[in-house]
Design a protein around this ligand. Structure first.
Ligand SMILES: [Zn+2]
Ligand SMILES: [Zn+2]
Length: 290
């Protein structure tokens, strides 16, 4: 009897990680796309960016799924990784992707936009992201909102919010209230990270913008940065401190990720119909106005 009980215990222990582990990992970002489950229905997608100096950096985005519907924040930079992400969402998870949202205008947010559009997925962005993206030869977001917007995904909501200028003038964050998870994008730094690419940054307002994020989401459980490791409120505090004593001299340190200059302007300039999101712009129970 004791032996039987031990056997059951062993089977139970072996089975536990496969069905309940919050650390489900698909792929390895060094080889291409990696997807990690971090909460129910909540995933981080990570894929590489190849810099002109030969370095490779991981770029994070977020996926939220509820009741067979999904929203994706930021695309991978490259076509191959984007197609892999779309295959995972549409063929493996079998979800309807209601929106792809680039959180600012750099290539590590919207590089894969053409593939999302080809897959019939609409893109939504802060109006400032559209205006800045126009200046580079990239495919442009299709539907625009002014600063903030709330998506209805299944029975849950996901909020996009513009806290002010930081990494770029258009950067927004995404908040999943039901999970208390923040996707900070590239304005949120992993603990120990450098200042990164400051070519389009406002270093004078960065700390205040991040403080505004902290004030709005004081109970966050997980904070996901655009690059590097996730954590808690310490990422916001680290970012605030990093830019706190910033004098208004723009310089660039050795980290040059997410600068569109590295990828040239070879991408086609897609002329897509632009609509402004309003109460009634999306049929059904898609978007809800804030
Ligand atoms: Zn960027
Ligand atoms: Zn970035």
């Amino acid at each position: 009897m004791y032996r039987l009980f031990s056997l059951f215990l062993l089977v139970a222990l072996l089975a536990y990680p496969s069905c309940k582990s919050p650390q489900m990992v698909i792929g390895k970002w060094q080889d291409g796309l990696e997807i990690r489950k971090v909460a129910p229905g909540l995933y981080i997608h990570t894929s590489p960016i190849n810099l002109s100096n030969g370095q490779v950096f991981p770029c994070n985005g977020m996926i939220f799924i509820d009741q067979g519907e999904a929203v994706v924040f930021d695309t991978p930079v490259y076509e191959k990784d984007t197609e892999e992400l779309l295959r995972w969402l549409q063929q493996e998870q079998k979800v309807k992707v209601k929106a792809i949202v680039p959180t600012h205008f750099h290539d590590d947010c919207l590089g894969g936009l053409p593939m999302f559009h080809e897959a019939g997925i609409r893109s939504y962005a802060n109006r400032a992201t559209f205006e800045l993206a126009k200046e580079q030869a990239a495919t442009l977001p299709q539907e625009l909102f002014d600063g903030s917007h709330t998506f209805q995904i299944g029975n849950k909501t996901v909020e996009c919010w513009y806290p002010g200028e930081a990494h770029t003038k258009d950067n927004i964050v995404a908040w999943v209230p039901s999970r208390e998870v923040l996707f900070g994008g590239c304005m949120l730094k992993a603990v120990g990270a450098g200042k990164g690419n400051l070519a389009d940054a406002n270093v004078d307002t960065w700390s205040a913008s991040m403080q505004a994020v902290k004030n709005r989401y004081p109970r966050l459980k997980l904070a996901i940065p655009g690059h590097g490791d996730s954590g808690g409120m310490e990422l916001l505090d680290f970012t605030i401190k990093l830019f706190n004593d910033q004098i208004s001299v723009i310089h660039q340190d050795s980290e040059h990720f997410c600068n569109h200059q590295f990828y040239g302007s070879s991408r086609g300039f897609a002329k897509l119909p632009i609509r402004t999101i309003g109460q009634d712009s999306v049929a059904g129970k898609g978007l809800v106005s804030q």
